[in-house]
Design a protein around this ligand. Structure first.
Ligand SMILES: [Zn+2]
Length: 324
């Protein structure tokens, strides 16, 4: 009888043994829950393609916040959906706009909650692009000025973290400078450093009413075929003063999470996006998958790839499962 091989199964022999040697864990503190606020009153409207995710008007937001806080979730990512959209996205940097009011309301009631503000223009412009359009082209440097104004306005409202997502060149440098000049040196920037022009955003665009009216976002968001380009994007953001680096979407881009983890020392964030959520929900509703096990396997996969933080619509469900 030869013993000339390794006995890997020793460490998998019982639940206790497996618990003992488990390398990665999902903690409730790792999860960031996205929130959609809309104007109007008495609105709690489910997003059809994202069961369990709602649009809330400010007067109904408290119901959701109570549930989030009770679940132990400590960070939310804020998306405001304004009623009024115009060519240059005025409502993005209006101190009294929906996003700013929502941030103030949450910070007043839940001062400990980390409120992350998505800083972009696409939900606020009538053309749906993430910047200023000139002759159908997104003008990079013009867009930076509006992004800075948006970031400063969100910081003024009490945002704990500014999360620019529009993929203009130099957005981290411009926002850092703008925040510093306005006295917000202590507010960190979570850069959507590696954001792909992805088909996985479909349900979100329904949620945020942010589908571009013409063309697409391929001149600013990245080509899904490229990995090395993502490292160049991230390196620029690090040099410009980013405090966190994000990869978006998650599942099809796990290699990018690992690459960022290995190349940089900043916290790495992954955005488990809308279609990733919708596909799980649809399959679970059909009884084709075990939702809890699929979700936990996905999230621990992000951790294994090197993500520190995970933005996910599953956060409230996960909180319940972890608490059992
Ligand atoms: Zn955008």
């Amino acid at each position: 009888m030869t013993s000339n091989f390794d006995r890997h199964r020793r460490l998998r022999s019982s639940a206790g043994m497996r618990n003992l040697v488990r390398e990665n864990h999902v903690r409730i503190e790792d999860l960031i829950y996205p929130l959609f606020v809309v104007e109007g009153s008495n609105i709690k409207e489910e997003i059809p393609s994202m069961p369990g995710v709602y649009h809330f008007s400010l007067d109904r937001l408290e119901e959701e916040m109570k549930e989030i806080a009770a679940a132990g979730i400590q960070s939310v990512l804020m998306f405001g959906v304004p009623e009024h959209k115009d060519y240059c996205g005025t409502e993005a940097y209006n101190d009294e706009a929906i996003t700013q009011r929502a941030i103030r309301q949450i910070k007043e009631a839940y001062p400990e909650m980390i409120v992350i503000a998505d800083t972009c223009l696409c939900q606020y412009t009538d053309h749906g692009h993430c910047g200023v359009l000139h002759d159908g082209e997104v003008d990079n440097d013009e867009s930076l000025r509006l992004l800075v104004a948006t970031a400063v306005s969100q910081a003024k409202a009490g945002a704990d973290i500014i999360a620019p997502s529009n993929m203009m060149d130099g957005f981290v440098a411009a926002i850092r400078e703008g925040l510093d000049e306005a006295g917000f040196v202590h507010v960190p920037i979570m850069s959507y450093a590696v954001k792909y022009a992805s088909s996985y955003y479909g349900p979100f665009r329904e949620a945020a009413h942010s589908t571009p009216q013409s063309g697409d976002r391929k001149t600013y968001q990245m080509d899904p075929a490229n990995a090395r380009e993502g490292l160049r994007e991230a390196a620029s953001d690090v040099a410009e003063g980013a405090d966190f680096l994000m990869v978006k979407p998650g599942l099809a881009f796990m290699d990018m999470v690992l690459r960022l983890r290995e190349s940089f020392d900043l916290p790495v964030v992954v955005y488990n996006v809308s279609a990733e959520y919708s596909m799980v929900k649809a399959a679970a509703a059909n009884g084709w998958i075990d939702e809890e096990r699929i979700v936990m396997e996905t999230l621990v996969g992000f951790k294994r790839a090197g993500a520190d933080l995970i933005i996910t619509y599953h956060a409230k469900d996960v909180a319940k499962w972890l608490a059992r």
